[in-house]
Ligand binder design. Structure first.
Ligand code: SF4
Length: 283
């Protein structure tokens, strides 16, 4: 059987309105990055976009909101969006990515159709204190634990190339593995001139080494996803990331940067003899 690759799509349903100071994030209002900023999308639009992503082969569909975490208004909105998507689009593993969350909020999302929660640890605890002063890494870890205790499957990964040391990368991978996530998105920093972190300190070979190390730390059934920054590091070299152990990718656009056309991703997979997975067996 040919190797199956899981495809995941992202919908930024509330963009660019965050008051936090994460130095890698264009969605912080503090850095005035030139991105599209908007309040809640219409739920009908979210449903239509979910249908389009499914038609393009997505199995995972992630509803993302900017901001530090869930509040009553946000949790209600994400729950209504999830319920609407679940009612009209079959076969999607529905993921919420809404920042810091407590167990009660996460249980509410689960009751309304969310299957998984995405919350990235981003980097090591040590380096996180250097790149974010408005909240602590420990809150991120705690939210991941809350997601699992609410009965959601967990997606948790991080971003590499933000100026961290080799040791930080090792620590991050170990911390991720300690949470036993269903899926681990590996992002590679995409510099933006407005952000305090100006350059990316990672190249393709190092990124491949990270994929290999992550694969060794995770079990065969855990998804290892190459997410943001794939086009910067692996354009024309995609097979190497799959050979290193990745078995999932994000299709379509990222939160604030553009990806390849989803049709192009399918062509790339087919050219290696891989195929897009057609069912999620982690539910
Ligand atoms: S909390 Fe999330 S949305 Fe806000 S600046 Fe940090 S990473 Fe960006």
């Amino acid at each position: 059987m040919s190797k199956q690759i899981f495809l995941c799509a992202i919908n930024n349903i509330l963009s660019g309105t965050c008051q936090e100071d994460c130095k890698f994030c264009t969605q912080s209002v503090r850095y005035h990055a030139d991105i599209e900023r908007y309040n809640y999308k219409e739920i009908t639009q979210i449903v239509e976009e979910a249908k389009a992503a499914k038609a393009q082969g997505a199995l995972g569909y992630c509803l993302v909101t900017a901001g530090k975490g869930l509040d009553d208004k946000k949790v209600d909105f994400v729950a209504r969006a999830a319920k609407a998507v679940k009612a009209e689009v079959e076969g999607l593993n529905l993921i919420a990515c809404n920042g810091t969350a407590n167990r009660e909020q996460l249980s509410y999302l689960k009751a309304h159709g969310i299957d998984s929660y995405n919350h990235n640890l981003e980097t090591s605890e040590r380096y996180y204190a250097e790149i974010c002063q408005t909240h602590a890494w420990s809150e991120r870890y705690e939210t991941c634990e809350n997601a699992k205790s609410a009965g959601l499957t967990l997606c948790s990964g991080g971003i590499f190339g933000m100026g961290e040391e080799q040791e930080d990368r090792e620590e991050l991978l170990k911390a991720i593995a300690s949470l036993s996530p269903m899926s681990t998105p590996l992002n590679f920093y995409h510099p933006n001139p407005a952000l305090p972190i100006k350059t990316r300190n990672i190249e393709r070979e190092e990124a491949l080494e990270i994929i290999r190390k992550a694969r060794k730390l995770l079990t065969e059934t855990q998804l290892l996803m190459v997410a943001g920054g794939r086009e910067l590091l692996f354009n024309g070299h995609e097979e190497a990331m799959f050979q290193a152990g990745a078995n999932a990718i994000v299709i379509g656009n990222y939160l604030t940067t553009e990806g390849l056309e989803p049709g192009r991703d399918r062509e790339i997979l087919n050219s290696f003899g891989y195929e897009a997975a057609t069912s999620c067996d982690f539910k």
